[in-house]
Design a binder for this molecule. Sequence first.
Ligand SMILES: [Zn+2]
Length: 106
Amino acid sequence: MGILKIAETETNKAGAKNVSLIELEIGTLAGVELQALDFAWGQAVKNTVLENAVKKIDLIKAKGKCMECDSVFPLEHIYDPCPNCNAYLKGILQGKELRVKALEVD
Ligand SMILES: [Zn+2]
């Protein structure tokens, strides 16, 4: 789990022992099932710096930009067409994030 590696590195850097709070940014198209994450989390953080951390998740709603007409629109699914011109060619502006936004150690 990449998140755990980041947390360990940062905690070491700060000369701390534990992470008290971790804030994650997760895009709705990042392919992360939040329920599955919650479920896996408890196992993954056992005996690590994250064991007692409070986990906060910022969900980032996906947005696409149409390559044909330049409309910006919310994306429910990665294959959604442009609601303005129905084109399928688009750029993903946001929604694929999976990163650590903030980390507090003690
Ligand atoms: Zn369009």
